[in-house]
Write a protein that binds this ligand. Structure first.
Ligand code: GAP
Length: 457
């Protein structure tokens, strides 16, 4: 067990910001909520879309050895027998004989109920898959399950992908999708919920090369988080002990993040060996082996699986980006989100609601919106508007003032440094594009000038 160091970020502050600014709401809130289910609001849905987009770009678009899929959530029930989920995807559970609350045995500190101190029952295995029925008759023969991982959809399509893409080993299949687990202990906001999204890669390799590929994917996935701005000191690799390994895994390392409640799993990278393809070949009666044209051998590939959670990633990116800075008498709250993850890239702020100024601001707003998610705010002082954008992580504000009407120039203000530059409207799109891609704010376009924002309340 890793030492539980206190994180610098308070979970309550993250939950409150998410609620207040429309990132994340409790599901079914007007009915009192539904335990461990969450709704992503206007900003949350953009953050999630951006995380998924960044992942897809890194693992599918920019590589020539991985293809994407989108498989169904409901699958043939034999899949869960073959995968071992019917038998092994279960947690040992005890019930309090007094208050009837249920607890996971592996999370209990003592021998009695943590809530009332009552006596506990003997452990019983509790399967985490959600069950439902296919068709109108609710009988055992019609039972289907909501998938507890996206992985199986890719394993059972291994031959389809091989035959239609003509990919050769090593190659992978990637998928993003909803996953359901009837978790016993939930909590810590979106960290562990009952409905969540996964981003999974199943990377098929020749046996014998699996360790090399396992190490490759550990580094590759760690670098993905680092490139998107997660601080190095908040990430660590943790090797699973033999006793901890899932039933399918030969080896597994977690990428842990220092969440507010301590170091916890952000992503798992497993060496699944040939377990899945062997099992599906056995249960389906279809061959899932691979013919190596160079060596003329038939064999079952091994699988390396980097498996990440979209929701856990969102929580990690939010926690890592959260900062509070003194600002005169007040505190400036900001999210240092990487520009590619920020829900809103640019906010257009007219200095006043005067008709001629609004007309120009709306033109700029309409033009920029063709390229990015852009906000528009004309309420209250310009200082307050900057702070509102800082709090949701908007990297750039474009301010339009009376001078703009005469010289056709506007101001760009940078979230992190609060530096400002003034530049011709004609240069705006190209400059923002360059800045969103990480170019220095000090590279000025023709006719531009630079200064620093006065701190304000
Ligand atoms: N196919 C392998 C697999 O599903 P896992 O470690 O059970 O492995 C992979 O899950 C990732 O899915 C985790 O690292 C985490 O990011 C996410 N995840 C798992 N259970 C979750 C839950 N109840 N709520 C939110 N995310 C979860």
């Amino acid at each position: 067990m890793t030492e539980q160091l206190p994180s610098k970020v308070d979970m309550e502050k993250i939950v409150s910001l998410c609620r207040r600014r429309g990132f994340i709401f409790p599901s079914s809130e007007i009915y009192g909520g539904l335990s461990s289910c969450w709704d992503y609001g206007p900003l949350g849905v953009e953050l999630k879309r951006n995380i998924k987009e960044a992942w897809w770009r890194a693992v599918v678009q920019e590589r020539d050895d991985i293809v994407g899929m989108d498989t169904s959530i409901l699958m043939h029930p034999h899949i869960w027998a073959a995968s071992g989920h019917l038998e092994s995807f279960a947690d040992p559970l005890v019930e309090c004989k007094n208050c009837h609350l249920r607890w996971r045995v592996d999370e209990l500190q003592g021998n009695n109920c943590p809530s009332c101190g009552g006596e506990l029952t003997e452990p019983r295995m509790f399967n985490l898959m959600f069950k439902t029925f296919m068709g109108p008759v609710e009988e055992e023969a019609n039972v289907v399950y909501l998938r507890p991982e996206t992985a199986q959809g890719m394993f059972v399509n291994f031959q389809n992908v091989l035959n239609t893409t003509r990919k050769r080993l090593p190659f992978g299949i990637a998928q993003i999708g909803k996953t359901f687990r009837n978790e016993i202990t939930t909590g810590n906001f979106i960290f562990r919920s009952r409905e969540f999204e996964q981003m999974e890669i199943e990377f098929f390799v020749k046996p014998g090369t699996d360790e090399e590929w396992f190490n490759y994917w550990l580094q590759e996935r760690l670098n993905w988080y680092l490139k998107l701005g997660i601080k190095k000191e908040n990430l660590q690799l943790r090797q699973h002990t033999k006793g901890e390994l899932a039933h399918y895994a030969r080896a597994c390392d977690d990428i842990d993040y220092l969440f507010p409640m301590g170091w916890s799993e952000l992503e798992g990278i497993a060496n699944r060996g040939d377990f899945d393809l062997v099992q599906h070949a056995k249960y389906s009666g279809k061959s899932l082996d691979y013919f190596d044209e160079e060596t003329k051998e038939h064999f079952i590939p091994y699988i390396i699986e980097p498996s990440a959670g979209v929701d856990r990633s969102a929580l990690a990116f939010l926690c890592d980006a959260y900062a509070e800075e003194p600002d005169k008498e007040e505190i400036r709250v900001l999210l240092h989100l990487h520009p590619s993850l920020a829900p809103i890239k640019i906010a257009v702020l007219p200095l006043s609601r005067r008709e001629n100024l609004v007309k120009l601001a709306k033109e700029v707003y309409a033009d920029l919106r063709r390229h990015w998610m852009v906000g528009y705010d004309d309420a209250q002082s310009i200082g307050r508007r900057y702070r509102r954008q800082d709090e949701i992580g908007t990297p750039f504000c474009v301010t339009i003032d009376f001078q703009s009407l005469e010289d056709e120039q506007v101001t760009i203000r940078d979230r992190d440094t609060m530096n400002q530059i003034r530049l011709p409207i004609a240069e705006l799109k190209g400059t923002l594009q360059a800045k969103l891609e990480g170019e220095s704010l000090f590279v000025l376009p023709p006719g531009g000038k630079i200064w620093k924002e006065e701190k304000s309340g």
